[in-house]
Design a protein around this ligand. Structure first.
Ligand SMILES: [Mg+2]
Length: 260
């Protein structure tokens, strides 16, 4: 039977600036065997090329067609809903670039959507503009609902937290495009050209990776190198298909470089 993988990055492939042992071996194994895969990330700050360059630093050689981000899914969503529209963006290069590719204008005057992505460029002036555009009828969209992001020096507020501020201020609810939204999960499956029961999602986060896979009927593997500890599993009404200590456990034995 055909099979392939959707692979989360943060907490699966790397943690901060550290590569997780076995990650490069697993990707080499997929490439050698011709097994389809896609890196699937909710981080909308980076372009596909940014991700490829970042992965190279962790010893992983891949190419842009193996990368799909919440920025790309968000651009796809708005272009399907309102082709050739305009958006006001609180976000970074990955999101701006994705919107540009679907012929979206970026404007702080007239916007069909206020789109919030991951990043560190948020300021109060931008939040004021966003608030007023939403009050004038723009729809509030976020690339992802993650309320915090891990960094080298500890957690920082994520896209979901910034959106929550705008939700509270405007009384409007955001639409979140990234994992676990089936919109993004389904687009990712189509990109690797497989059927639902041929796809395995590998991730470290129950609310996004494992929830998304469960909703779509994909297989799922939870790795314990990221945001979830084994004892956390009991809190969730859904469970991954399989739990492993790390991505190294998915590398076949014959490759011989299994890491602890
Ligand atoms: Mg992760």
């Amino acid at each position: 039977m055909n099979h392939g993988f959707l692979i989360d990055m943060d907490g699966v492939i790397y943690r901060g600036t550290e590569a997780i042992p076995g990650a490069a071996d697993f990707i080499e194994h997929l490439d050698e065997q011709g097994i389809p895969y896609l890196f699937l990330t909710n981080n909308s700050a980076y372009t596909q090329l940014d991700v490829v360059v970042k992965l190279r630093k962790f010893g992983i050689e891949t190419s842009t067609e193996h990368v799909y981000t919440a920025a790309l899914a968000t651009a796809e969503f708005v272009s399907q809903q309102k082709p050739d529209g305009a958006a006001f963006v609180i976000g970074e290069g990955g999101l701006l670039n994705a919107l540009n590719q679907v012929n979206y204008a970026i404007s702080s005057e007239h916007a069909d959507y206020v789109i919030v992505g991951e990043g560190r460029t948020m300021n109060f002036e931008g939040m004021e503009k966003a608030h007023r555009l939403i009050a004038n009828g723009a729809h509030l969209i976020s690339t992802n609902a993650d309320t915090w992001c891990p960094t080298d020096s500890g957690p920082r507020p994520g896209c979901g937290a910034i959106v929550a501020l705008l939700e509270a201020a405007t009384g409007r609810k955001a639409y979140h495009v990234g994992k676990p939204n089936p919109f993004m999960m389904r687009l990712a499956r189509k990109k690797i050209g497989l059927r639902t029961d041929e796809v395995t999602m590998v991730g470290d986060t129950m609310d996004t990776d494992i929830r998304g896979a469960t909703d779509l009927g994909f297989h799922s593997v939870l790795v314990l190198t990221g945001s979830t500890r084994r004892q956390d599993l009991a809190m969730y009404p859904y469970a991954p298909t399989r739990v492993v200590d790390s991505i190294a456990d998915l590398v076949p034995n014959h490759r011989g470089r299994r890491a602890a």
